[in-house]
Design a protein around this ligand. Sequence first.
Ligand code: ACO
Ligand code: OAA
Length: 429
Amino acid sequence: MLSRSLRRPCAFSACEILKVTPTTPKYNFHRTLPRPNVQPTKPTYSKGLAGVIAGESSICTVGTGQGLNYRGYNIMDLVEHATFEEVSYLLIHGHLPNKQELEQYKSKLASYRELSPSIKVILEQLPSTSHPMDVLRTVASVIGSTEPEDVENRTVSGVRNNQWESGDRLIATFGPSLLYWYHFHKSGTRINTVTLPNDTVAENFVKLLQQTKDGQEPDRDMIDAVDKSLVLYAEHDLAASTFATRVTTSTLSDLFSAITTAIGTLRGPLHGGANEAAYHLISRFKNADEAEQSLLKMLESKETIMGFGHRVYKNGDPRSNVVKNLAKNLSSKIGTAYAKNLFDVAERMEQVMMREKKMFTNLDFYAAVVYHLCDIPTDFFTPVFVIARTSGWVAHIIEQRQDNKLMRPTSIYTGPDPQEVRFMKLSER
Ligand SMILES: CC(=O)SCCNC(=O)CCNC(=O)[C@H](O)C(C)(C)COP(=O)(O)OP(=O)(O)OC[C@H]1O[C@@H](n2cnc3c(N)ncnc32)[C@H](O)[C@@H]1OP(=O)(O)O
Ligand SMILES: O=C([O-])CC(=O)C(=O)O
């Protein structure tokens, strides 16, 4: 498609922008310059970069016809047989850990759960009204300031000596930091964020949320559901947040800056923020019939229904059935009328969207039901996504550094034609 300025004269002049009358000489401070005699080459353009190939990656397959695979392993196998730690190691180190590597990895993550005094002070000073995504973005910045990457020893392409440690540090620290902030502001308690050394990220998170003491077991089904959701959320090729991470990394910036970029990008409701937004929507309906009636009205007025649709998947998100089953099992295990109704409402919405729009749920939709049934506060849903996806982001940062090229696309210019500036006194304008 040709740019607007190449197809026809500029749609509006600077005078229109400044709301002045171009016929009055004193305001005639510009004139259009002759067009340069350049033959335009036909630019290729895809709005929102839809369908554009923006790099090479050996981390994950999405929409390639091979199913969703992390480093060649299918998501169905991983969610069935691997914990989040194994998947995180796989993504960042490129292979599944053996028993010894896994033990070392888990104890390294556990060793980072003790928060530094500087993080605690900052968490205590953040407002209780902060959005938890702001809390995590701040935590990434604080660690980036107090324990920066090893810039001295970086290679020409930007590989840093301690990039793996920096990534692990964030994966392990996000959950404890969030829950320290939460309990401090909710009840004034300074919780101990260290749980048993062998605890998984999911166990540590649920224990700190519920404040179960060592020896006192939190609900295993909830821990299992959170762990599986972390596996499902861990990686998804060049999703907007990962692309943003790679853009920041491509300038040879540091890992912590790249992760704060990613958190800011994930937060929006068209991306990771959709799990929180989906829950707000589901929770509006008293029962399935009411959900159906309201949804039909929303569709009539062309509203976007959060938790449905996807940029790459057009026939279904392979993670959806897994997360739906987790929601269904939790709902029947909890067994209350409330839990059953919540699942029924969600399922009816799914049916209506399929019937009316041929649209399917994405991972965020039933993840919202799972997290709510695990008693996770709604504004923690996207932060849990952050904990998981940091493993994918770190894998992409490392990969980008291995064969870096500055990411700098171009745009199609649609502004005014070239024009001359005639300087005028301010008072004459
Ligand atoms: C883990 C994740 O990040 S998954 C994504 C989470 N995000 C959401 O759930 C937010 C809701 N979904 C959406 O907004 C979109 O489906 C996106 C942003 C995910 C993908 O958007 P795109 O690839 O740009 O799809 P696009 O906007 O072109 O949609 C095509 C058509 O379907 C419609 N559509 C897409 N998603 C939805 C939706 N959730 N509700 C209603 N209509 C929708 C669009 O309005 C458009 O209709 P039109 O052709 O009549 O104009
Ligand atoms: O790939 C995307 O665009 C969004 C998504 O599903 C994810 O990040 O998991």
